[in-house]
Every structure is written in C-alpha cells, then in structure tokens.
Design a protein around this ligand. Sequence first.
Ligand SMILES: Cc1ncc(COP(=O)(O)OP(=O)(O)O)c(N)n1
Ligand SMILES: Cc1ncsc1CCOP(=O)(O)O
Ligand SMILES: [Mg+2]
Length: 215
Amino acid sequence: MSDTARARLADARLYLCTDARKRQGDLAEFLDAVLAGGVDIVQLRDKGMEAAEELEHLKVFADACARHGKLLAVNDRADVAHAAGSDVLHLGQGDLPVSAARALLGDDVLIGRSTHAEAEAAAAAVQEGVDYFCTGPCWPTPTKPGRPAPGLGLVRHTASLGTDRPWFAIGGIDLANLDQVLEAGARRVVVVRAITEADDPGAAAAEFTKRLSQA
Ligand SMILES: Cc1ncc(COP(=O)(O)OP(=O)(O)O)c(N)n1
Ligand SMILES: Cc1ncsc1CCOP(=O)(O)O
Ligand SMILES: [Mg+2]
C-alpha cells in the first residue's frame, strides 16, 4: 500500500458517502465543493447501481480526489475497487470477508470494515487486513433502513478500546449532534445526508472540518 494513502488515512477526520447525484446537479462540481471544504475520503455508495455504471461515475470521483489529494473509496465490491484504481474498499459484516478481499487486492488498497456491536468493534480493532473501521449507527437513519442503532454507547465503548487503528462514528450524525459524538470519544465521522442534503454542501463540509479539527 502506498505510504501516501496510509498517511492520508491517518490524518482523515471527515468521510463522506454519497450517491452519484444523478438528479441533483453536476457531480464534479459537488465533489469539488465538498473536497475543498475538507472531506478527506469520499465513497460512492449507490446500492442499486450496476458495475459498469459505477465505474463510469468513479472516473469522475477519481479525478476529483486526485485534484484535491484526497482518498477515493468504493463500497462493497472488490472487483470495482480494483478496476477503478480506488484507494479504499469498504466492507460491511455481510460483504466479502476481509481476508478474501485482501487475497484479491493485495496490499495496495486500504480496507475498511463496518461494526455495529462491541464485539465487532473489538475484533475490527485487531483483525489482520483491516486498515480502519466504522462504528454505529449512532442514531437510526433512513440512509440505512432496518439497521438498529446501538447508539453512542458503542462509540464510548470503541473509544475505551484505546486502539491506534483509525475508526469513525457513523449514522445520523449532523452539525447539531456532532458535539455529542465528540463527547462520546469519536474524533472521526462518516456522514451522508448532513452534507449531501445541505443547502450548501461545501459550507457544511467546511463546518464539520473546522469542528473536528478543534476536537
Ligand atoms: C465508511 C462506511 N461505513 C459504513 C458503511 C456501511 O457498510 P455496510 O454495513 O456494508 O452497509 P452498506 O453501505 O453496504 O449498505 C459504509 N458503506 N461506508
Ligand atoms: C451506510 C451506513 N451504515 C451505517 S449508518 C449508514 C448511513 C449513514 O447515513 P446518514 O449520515 O445519512 O445518517
Ligand atoms: Mg456493504
């Protein structure tokens, strides 16, 4: 894995998952705004999309990330991550096992893992092949329907692990509740709607960035 990607992950505080915003305006303009606002990692998360269409959109994501020196992430699919030259592959508990993804991708791609319970977070903190993990949802969210929210208790537990491995809180986080997430011990967050549905996504990203850097 490149030292640059690893160093960027170590410094990352704000991770955005977004769809390809097909109906919501120019994708490159949106990505430029949020990356200029301080998003460190941007993931294309568009669950219904077929691989060919995903690859086309990922070219726009990859160009934007390269312009801003930020990390590109692919959700779920190791084949798409490889084909897109992604820096990051994100895997949930029901996705491809990390060991299988590593066998396919080698050491060139950072791998992230979702966790929703104390035992999963503790395992992800030490599991071989995992570069970072996410913990949540902090609050129930329409972005992940049907996923019960373990809440801030899981964030507190994860913070208490004292792991050096980067980890992010996720789920229902916005600028109004960010302080609660920080007080629970998180220093990195993943957001979807708080940026994608903001009137000014670049300004929302900049406000997250400022407050995360002060924490
Ligand atoms: C950065 C990040 N964290 C968590 C998730 C959720 O992954 P998963 O649990 O596999 O759910 P889906 O997003 O695949 O529906 C994520 N995608 N990215
Ligand atoms: C993908 C995912 N996994 C757990 S919560 C979540 C979605 C978070 O979306 P939002 O920030 O809009 O609540
Ligand atoms: Mg998944």
